[in-house]
Design a binder for this molecule. Structure first.
Ligand code: GLY
Length: 382
């Protein structure tokens, strides 16, 4: 599976377009610098003179809301904004209810649009509100974090967290358009940029060894303030995701490959109480390194791949070991129990995404829990 195609050194100002082919719900993901200023025109040209309800958080509003509002108004689109508190706690019923009521008070009708403008939390919550408002209104994702640009804004997964776990309530609702302005990533804290990079590396590790090799050579360019390598990395990631979503929209098969590193990673996130000790992408980085180590231990993957993956992730500043998480010592039994909460659990059996090599992930159902417990014990002992 190879997704890397366009030239990473091509015109720095070019807009790249990736189609997510889903029949009558097909939509484009537009990627490149300077797109925020064009967002109004891009929306008006595709969706008409709609009313726009921007949903964002305080951080994004501080840096970019005025620019987006100007762009919408200049294109003749009526726009109002809802600004929420940043952070994972916002993805909750407590915030969803007043958000939906606010959207109704704004007079948002069936033909109008919600515009989630932020990272994964805003995209998931506001996308979900669009999915249930008046039994579904259209929405245009404008993702502002690397993680949201390469993963959560594409593919139509929306939802909220509950005390029982993350993303357990939600709907599949595809956006009508995604506008990923790579310039906005330059205001991201480096830790968040790295966390998003884990999802970029994921696409190479799960299906495109050539792209992983390209990242090994070019990762400094990806982090260097929004040049062509960043747009190329976002485009290649989105192409990879679009191809998988097009063949398995609702995750009955191949889409599960996108969860490489996530079963291990989600358990670690839950163990840290979804706190600042471990960002989602950091959990995914550790989880991917673990998936490679576990696959090597089980003889599924040639020796040396795990070390190569770990070397690259550490090189960009990502964690790869449980010991890298600050705070208390983990317990293998507790982590295994937390994995039991995963959405991929079927009849109590754990599903993992394992690997035969770099770029060769596969879905392993019915992995014996004892093997995972033994592995985790060794991981914790270091
Ligand atoms: N983030 C995984 C997926 O969209 O399926």
């Amino acid at each position: 599976m190879t997704f890397a195609s366009t030239d990473a050194t091509s015109d720095a100002s070019a807009t790249r377009t990736v189609g997510v082919e889903l029949g009558e719900r097909t939509y484009d993901v537009l990627i490149g610098p300077g797109l925020l200023a064009k967002a109004g025109a891009l929306i008006a040209e595709r969706l008409g003179k709609v009313k726009c309800a921007i949903v964002t958080d305080e951080n994004v509003a501080h840096h970019h809301l005025a620019a987006l509002e100007r762009s919408l108004t200049a294109a003749g689109l009526a726009a109002q904004s809802v600004v929420l508190k940043p952070g994972e706690a916002t993805k909750s019923f407590r915030e969803l209810v007043p958000l939906c009521e606010r959207l109704l008070e704004m007079g948002l009708e069936r033909g109008d649009i919600v515009v989630p403008f932020g990272g994964g939390v805003i995209g998931d919550l506001a996308g979900f509100s669009a999915g249930i408002l008046r039994r579904g209104v259209r929405f245009v994702q404008i993702p502002t974090s690397l993680l949201a640009q390469v993963d959560s804004s594409v593919g139509g997964k929306t939802g909220i967290n509950t005390p029982q776990g993350k993303n357990l309530i939600g709907v599949f609702h595809q956006p009508s358009l995604v506008i990923a302005d790579t310039d906005v990533l330059t205001t991201l804290p480096v830790r968040e940029m790295r966390a998003g990079y884990a999802e970029v590396a994921k696409y190479g590790l799960l299906g495109d060894a050539g792209f992983f090799g390209w990242l090994e050579k070019n990762w400094r360019g990806v982090f260097a303030n929004g040049g062509p390598p960043l747009a190329h990395a976002v485009e290649t990631s989105v192409k990879a995701k679009a191809a998988i979503v097009a063949r398995d929209e609702t995750e009955t098969g191949d889409r599960a490959l996108l969860n490489l590193g996530h079963t291990f990673g989600h358990a670690l996130e839950a163990w840290t109480g979804y706190s600042n000790r471990l960002l989602h992408g950091e959990g995914v980085a550790i989880g991917m390194a673990q998936a490679f180590r576990f696959s090597e231990e089980r003889g599924l993957c040639a020796q040396g791949n795990a070390a190569r993956v770990e070397h690259h992730l550490r090189q960009v500043g990502l964690p790869t070991r449980i010991q890298d998480i600050p705070g208390g010592k983990a317990d293998a039994g507790e982590l295994l129990a937390l994995m039991g909460q995963d959405k991929k659990v079927r009849q109590g059996k754990l599903t993992f995404i394992l690997v035969r090599g770099i770029g060769e992930a596969f879905i392993a159902r019915d992995v014996p829990p004892e093997q995972v417990r033994d592995f985790l014990q060794r991981e914790i002992a270091g």
